[in-house]
Ligand binder design. Structure first.
Ligand SMILES: [Zn+2]
Length: 240
């Protein structure tokens, strides 16, 4: 009897893990559905002055628009930075209120984290259903459930810069360009960081320098830069 029970329990356990970490419902966008040379630069964990401002200077120099996934408690602290991001026509998304490991929290906490930042963004005229990205991209079961209930999409990425592990601009640039310029690069959503969740004074000089180089290299290769709102209809939903 136990020879049947053990594999059954094993399969059930693996199934539950799969359901938790890769919920097979809800919308999860990892890239833009296009074969054109289009990419979206996205920046997480800000606003983080003076680095966000320095990054805005670089983006303005190249006339490139990006998407910023901001943390609610930083929005409260740095309203002038938020206003400048909006004035310069970048897009702002919701990145929770205090950047917890959202995927491991119960649904009511997940909802509260999202709604608090929604309310803050609304004060800047940003719609309640603005784009959302979970901290550390933990779109696990509680997050997927809350988003699906609100008919809301999670924005993931297909190009990881790994700039949360290094501020060496050479390494960040190389990592991003290698993946973006590969055969699957068209339509890439690139994740970078103008802040760092666990350090409110994080120096992001490496990311800013890398952004300058990444834009130069991709422009040379004929790439255009878009905000996620520019390509809403072109964005594909994937579960992975
Ligand atoms: Zn984050």
């Amino acid at each position: 009897m136990s020879s049947i029970i053990i594999p059954v329990v094993g399969f059930a356990f693996v199934g539950l893990l799969w359901l938790f970490f890769r919920p097979p419902f809800g919308k999860n966008i990892i890239r833009i559905n296009t074969d054109q040379r289009i990419v979206a630069l996205t920046y997480d964990d800000g606003p983080n002055p003076p680095y966000t401002e320095r990054l805005l200077d670089v983006l303005a120099k190249h006339n490139v628009k990006a998407t910023f996934f901001m943390i609610g408690n930083r929005i409260e602290k740095h309203p002038e930075t938020v206003s400048r991001v909006i004035a310069e026509e970048h897009q702002i998304g919701n990145h929770s209120y205090s950047h917890p490991l959202l995927g491991f929290l119960p649904p009511f906490c997940v909802r509260r984290q999202i709604e608090r930042t929604d309310d803050l963004l609304q004060q800047y005229g940003i719609a309640k259903d603005s784009v959302f990205r979970a901290p550390m991209l933990t779109r696990f079961l509680p997050v997927a459930y809350v988003l699906a209930k609100g008919d809301r999409t999670h924005i993931s990425c297909n190009v990881w810069s790994w700039d949360w592990t290094t501020q060496n601009p050479d390494k960040i640039t190389e990592t991003v360009l290698k993946k973006t310029l590969s055969s699957t690069g068209a339509g890439s959503i690139i994740v970078l960081h103008d802040g760092k969740a666990e350090n409110k004074d994080a120096n992001r000089s490496g990311t800013i320098e890398a952004t300058d180089r990444i834009i130069n290299a991709l422009k040379r290769d004929g790439y255009r830069f878009v905000r996620l709102s520019d390509v809403r209809r072109m964005a594909i939903s994937k579960r992975d």
